[in-house]
Design a protein around this ligand. Structure first.
Ligand SMILES: Cc1ncc(COP(=O)(O)O)c(C=O)c1O
Length: 399
């Protein structure tokens, strides 16, 4: 039986070569390849700068810390996400405030965000579920409109924009667009993931970008993030070896989440052919749509009502809730790995203390109960995709 993996990494000889070159180069941690990857990412996103880290989780946490968000503050997000989104809020000591997704979308509901804003709200952390951009224009308008409530913490970047930070958990959406711009250039700050199952991978990795509105603070943002991500050292390892410049200062007790050149070599290599990887994902999605829309019991994924193109990260199919779990097992028995995105946060024991219940989130709950994410990767062949379509079609027809 041929297996169809859920999201195999798309690794070619080019990535293997690039990693080998770094391994032979005499410099394997953060250095020139990471710098080149950051520059190429900035060009791809259409932003001034990009800072790479070893995960999106680290990227989001470092942004919250740089922003001076912590104890006594609130950050609004949605339960339809991975634990990382809410864990980083808890790590910095702030309170996550969860609101439902908007009907007809996979995204945080801006009207509920507006209602949830208090004097303590310091950020909105929207999730680009499945690779579709959230509705950042509306979220930015809401943040602007609530300026009168906002009390920036002194000597933090909160003073720069004088309002709630609109942040994108863009873990899924590298390459997606929103109203003519790439995600990464739209929200105030965006954080991408290069985890092994993501569209573009470095095995583990991520990066932070920011919009034009923050361009006057380019230097401060980059320096602040680089300090936080490397123990607060004012030089990275390579700078310490160059020209006898061994001296350094620890300016703050920072963290350790830099990206290595080995990892960046994979990413840089993938970025060179990323447009064609996106095109392959799109072709798989279009084939799924064409064949699966014939079944009245299935609801195929849809674009949200705002303009933009997704990055085709997930294929969230909706099936009758009573079928969901057996269907995943039947697919598995036929060698096809499916998945569910996501078990909403309110179901996890770790967040029980927040006292949310499924009833508080009717739209998320209805979506979750019937959701199946089908295998999707630029590494899948047409044959693998056709296998999924055939097997799923047989199972659904037999119901
Ligand atoms: C929505 C979302 N946010 C954040 C993350 C965390 O990404 P990373 O593993 O790079 O920290 C993930 C990873 O699966 C995710 O799905």
């Amino acid at each position: 039986m041929r297996k169809v993996s859920f999201s195999p990494p798309d690794i070619t000889e080019a990535e293997i070569q690039a990693v080998t070159e770094v391994l032979r180069s005499g410099w394997i941690t953060t250095g020139p390849v990471t710098k080149a990857f950051e520059e190429e990412l900035a060009r791809f996103l259409g932003v001034s700068r990009v800072v790479c880290m070893n995960s999106a989780t680290a990227g989001m946490e470092m942004v919250l810390r740089l922003w001076g968000i912590g104890q006594g503050d609130e950050v609004i997000t949605t339960p339809l996400t991975f634990a990382a989104t809410v864990n980083v809020i808890l790590h910095v000591g702030a309170k996550p405030v969860l609101v439902d997704i908007e009907p007809g979308t996979y995204h945080i509901n801006p009207s509920l965000v507006a209602k949830a804003i208090t004097r303590r709200t310091k950020a909105i952390l929207a999730v680009d579920y499945g690779g579709w951009s959230a509705d950042y224009e509306r979220l930015l308008e809401i943040a602007e409109g609530s300026k009168n409530l906002f009390r920036p913490r002194k000597n933090t970047p909160q003073e720069w924009i004088g309002r709630i930070l609109v942040m994108a958990d863009a873990a899924h959406s590298l390459g997606a667009t929103y109203k003519g711009k790439r995600v990464g250039a739209v929200a105030d700050v965006s954080v991408f993931s290069f985890h092994a199952v993501k569209n573009l991978t470095t095995a583990e990795g991520g990066c932070v970008s920011w919009s034009e509105r923050l361009r006057p603070y380019d230097e401060a943002l980059e320096r602040g993030l680089r300090l936080l991500m490397l123990h607060g050292q004012n030089k990275d390892a390579r700078q310490k070896y160059e020209g006898g410049g061994w001296q350094y200062a620890i300016e703050l007790p920072g963290y350790k989440c830099n990206l290595t050149d080995i990892a960046s070599a994979i990413g840089l290599s993938q970025l060179k052919r990323y447009e064609s990887m996106l095109a392959k994902r799109k072709a798989h999605v279009e084939a799924y749509n064409k064949h699966l829309s014939r079944f009245s019991s299935l609801i195929i994924p849809h674009n949200p009502p705002w303009e933009g193109e997704p990055s085709y990260h997930l294929y969230p199919l909706r099936v009758p809730p009573l079928w969901r779990d057996t269907l995943i097992k039947e697919l598995a028995a036929a060698g096809i790995q499916a998945n569910v995105h996501f078990i909403p946060l309110y179901y996890h024991p770790a967040y029980r203390f927040l006292r949310y219940r499924a009833d508080d989130f009717p739209v998320t709950e209805a979506f979750y109960q019937g959701e199946i994410s089908l295998p999707l990767s630029s590494a899948h062949t047409e044959e693998e995709r056709e296998t999924v379509i055939r097997v799923l079609g047989e199972i659904v027809s037999s119901k």
